[in-house]
Design a protein around this ligand. Structure first.
Ligand SMILES: [Zn+2]
Length: 341
């Protein structure tokens, strides 16, 4: 399996986010990916840099006003008096206001869902490089590779078409899925990050050509709180093409594999030409942001079950935070996946 990766993710290095009313160091830090790429190199995988494929594929998922905000917002932000080091909103439209203001603080609240996606001078470049990483790996699969792994940072699955959130700016797997749709009638996305892939769900909610399945911690007490429930099944033509499987806190390996089997059955019934995996490593029992209890052997079992799917598969890195097992979990997943191919 080829791996696509770029070190330019380090240009996005947020200092903090707000958690339960307190400033906390941002867990979405470059060291996560430093450790993952070291493990990939140590295991002997072939690593390729992304190719710059321009902004067309990104623009197929994200509208131009949102991309303009991500690219140029900091230029407006930096001339504010008494500003902080990063764009972080201090007000949001909530459920009752829908106007899009033209000034930077108003736009920040409009385009950013929470405080976990601060925009720094290097954020745009890093986010585009992360999307290009997913696109390059998608094109490896489109050109005949049976599988590829995009080691993306920043992650993407919490980003809606025009709203950042949860450490995510551009939805890498949505961009890759749309790219793969150019040469396929049906693609399926399976999201195994411990957090519901609310942005991906939102982007494809009314689509019948892209099946979205997510296994995640029960959102009634866990991020993203406002989406990820069983009764969200799609809308319009997309009704029946969105499958959420929320899991109780503490769910362990055996119960997880039963739920994964349900998702894989739905994917098999859909008959996609390509499968895309949002691979979070934060379902791990010791992950600092997680609530499930998956072991390293559990990641191996997940890899085996997913690798047994016959379709060409693109794996895209999402979350997974600093804990002792982070590298072992990645290698266990990829090792199990390759064994089953
Ligand atoms: Zn996550």
């Amino acid at each position: 399996m080829k791996v696509v990766f770029t070190p330019s993710h380090v240009d996005h290095n947020p200092e903090f986010f707000v958690l339960a009313g307190q400033f906390s160091p941002s867990p979405e830090c470059p060291d996560r990916v430093h450790r993952l790429i070291s493990a990939i190199n140590g295991a002997g995988y072939e690593v390729l840099p992304p190719k710059d494929r321009g902004l067309d594929a990104i623009g197929a998922v994200h509208p131009s006003d949102y991309l303009e905000f991500l690219q140029h917002g900091f230029t407006e932000w930096k001339i504010l008096a008494n500003r902080g080091p990063a764009i972080i909103p201090n007000t949001h439209p909530g459920r009752y206001m829908t106007r899009r203001p033209e000034t930077i603080i108003g736009k920040a609240g409009y385009y950013m869902g929470d405080t976990a996606c601060p925009i720094l001078p290097g954020t745009w470049g890093a986010a585009v490089a992360s999307a290009q990483t997913a696109l390059t790996a998608a094109n490896l699969v489109l050109n005949g590779a049976h599988e590829a792994y995009a080691l993306c940072r920043p992650p993407g699955h919490h980003a809606y078409s025009d709203q950042a959130g949860g450490f995510c700016f551009l939805n890498n797997i949505a961009i890759a899925s749309q790219e793969m749709r150019r040469r396929a009638d049906r693609v399926a996305i399976l999201d195994v990050d411990v957090h519901h892939g609310n942005g991906t769900q939102g982007i494809f909610y009314d689509r019948e050509d892209i099946l979205f399945c997510s296994l995640h911690g029960d959102p009634s007490g866990f991020y993203p709180y406002y989406a990820g429930y069983v009764d969200e099944k799609g809308a319009g033509k997309g009704l029946g093409y969105n499958l959420n499987i929320p899991l109780a806190p503490g769910t362990g390996d055996d119960a997880y594999m039963v739920a994964l089997g349900v998702a894989l059955e739905a994917i098999e019934a859909f008959k996609p030409e390509y499968l895309l995996i949002s691979l979070g490593l934060d379902a791990q029992e010791n992950d600092p942001l997680g609530i499930l209890s998956i072991t390293t052997n559990g990641f191996y079992r997940m890899g085996r079950m997913i690798g047994a799917v016959v379709q060409p598969t693109l794996i895209v890195q999402e979350g997974g935070y600093l804990c002792e097992e982070i590298e072992a979990n990645l290698l266990a997943f990829l090792g199990g996946f390759e064994e089953a191919r």
